[in-house]
Design a protein around this ligand. Structure first.
Ligand SMILES: Cc1cc2nc3c(=O)[nH]c(=O)nc-3n(C[C@H](O)[C@H](O)[C@H](O)COP(=O)(O)OP(=O)(O)OC[C@H]3O[C@@H](n4cnc5c(N)ncnc54)[C@H](O)[C@@H]3O)c2cc1C
Length: 397
């Protein structure tokens, strides 16, 4: 039997997170959109501790046959609510970085203990390696009992404010993606220099940093996972696949960001239109509905479809089922639906949509990045196609 309702426990999570979004995030949303470069907003410090428990998405996959609404589903329910409040503020909550998910996904029990409480950003992207994360040029070599890293990292969310950065680097370029490993570099390491913090179209409260790593030395135990480079074809696939598994957990969370932002825009649009006498409340037959009402109905249906796909991908992760295809499908659907809805809302509300008096224009700006980071729309479609056709990344590029 399929039950598509959230269980009581998750409804409670949703309600609590919604209160947080409404009382803490919304009132300061515009303020921090205007102050682009700042320290962690002071209002977020108390939220950091609280959110760790509520968000729950620690990246762990729970195995077994039992159907559990575990950490992943709880995580996406919370993320949607928080992003209904403000996506940039959610990404600025101390302790909730993408690097934290990586530590949980590939770290040893000792590493989880040691680094689990740090605020960890994740640096994969480089000037020559964006969508193609296997093209990473940053190198790591072993020197005595230390790793030495050299390279350049760009577009690292929370890079300025975090405690440590999970850096992707290759042990041997000639061995391709099997040689790519991730390393924990404390933010105050003198070999890792903050080069700049980006000015951005949206998500302005969230800091996006660029680093240069020059002879950056870290202790031996700061490598996440095994230092061995897989040799057989099967082991190679498994090695990089293990790293990529982080994304099977985080992509549904990014999809949930898109849902929260789009839902906020849709609710605001409904309110604005209702004041103008347009109530999309299903009280009229389809033939008698106005064009504006029909647009609202269409957007709601699309948003619901994206949400159900996102819940499914998270539910699969919670139940130990391989969900790469579903994770990419929901990220693609929610990312483009979020972009389409937020822009359509600006359009339908006219001057109220475009003016800074309302948050609609900000939501449209914030929404765009969700369809880009953590794998663009096109890359998600490529992954889905590969899975559907049973082709490898070298067979379908
Ligand atoms: C605000 C922000 C925050 C970010 N945070 C992080 C972070 O925390 N950590 C991190 O590592 N990175 C982060 N990124 C980087 C982000 O993940 C990359 O921008 C993204 O992966 C795309 O890479 P790229 O910008 O190099 O684009 P490119 O890879 O150069 O792609 C450009 C265009 O070509 C398309 N394209 C590329 N390859 C293909 C293909 N094979 N088939 C079809 N189309 C293709 C892409 O979809 C895109 O439209 C962030 C970026 C931004 C803007």
């Amino acid at each position: 039997m399929i039950n598509l309702e959230l269980p009581q426990k998750l409804q409670n999570t949703r309600q609590m997170t919604h209160q947080l979004a409404e009382s803490v995030f919304r009132p300061i949303s515009r303020k921090y959109d205007r102050i682009e470069h700042c320290d962690t907003p002071e209002e977020l410090h108390p939220v950091g501790q609280m959110a760790a428990g509520m968000r729950g998405g620690d990246g762990k996959k729970s195995g077994g046959d039992e159907v559990k609404n575990g950490a992943n589903l709880q995580g996406i329910v919370s993320v949607e609510e928080m992003c209904w409040g403000d996506v940039g503020l959610m990404l600025s909550i101390p302790g909730q970085g993408l690097g934290n998910a990586a530590v949980q996904a590939v770290g040893t029990p000792e590493q989880k203990e040691k680094f689990g409480s740090l605020y960890c950003a994740m640096a994969i992207t480089e000037p020559e390696a964006g969508s193609d994360s296997a093209a990473v040029q940053t190198t790591a070599r072993l020197d005595g009992d230390e790793w030495v890293l050299n390279g350049e990292k760009i577009y690292c969310t929370a890079g300025q404010r975090c405690d440590a950065v999970v850096i992707w680097a290759t042990l041997d370029k000639s061995q391709g993606k099997a040689a790519i490993k991730s390393f924990i570099v404390p933010r105050d390491n003198p070999g890792m220099k903050l080069v700049r913090v980006e000015d951005k179209m949206g998500l302005r409260v969230s800091d996006t940093a660029a680093f240069s790593l020059i002879e950056c030395r870290i202790p031996y135990d700061h490598i996440l996972g095994s230092p061995e480079i897989a040799q057989t074809e099967e082991e190679r696939k498994k090695a990089f696949g293990g790293v990529m598994q982080t994304f099977d957990n985080t992509r549904p969370q990014v999809a949930a960001m898109a849902l929260g932002v789009a839902r906020a825009a849709l609710e605001m649009t409904r309110e604005i239109l209702e004041k103008e006498g347009v109530a999309a409340d299903f009280s009229k037959s389809l033939y008698n509905s106005s064009a504006l009402e029909a647009e609202i109905y269409r957007m709601e249906a699309d948003l619901d479809a994206a949400r159900l796909m996102t819940w499914k991908a998270a539910w699969m992760a919670d139940n130990g089922q391989a969900n790469s295809k579903e994770a990419s499908m929901c990220k693609a659907k929610a990312g483009r639906t979020g972009n389409a809805i937020t822009l359509k809302c600006v359009e339908l509300c006219g001057e109220a949509g475009y003016s800074e008096e309302q948050l609609l224009e900000k939501l449209a700006r914030d929404s765009k990045i969700i369809d880009i980071f953590e794998g663009t729309q096109q890359i998600q479609q490529l992954i889905v196609a590969r899975q559907q056709l049973g082709l490898s990344s070298s067979e379908l590029k």
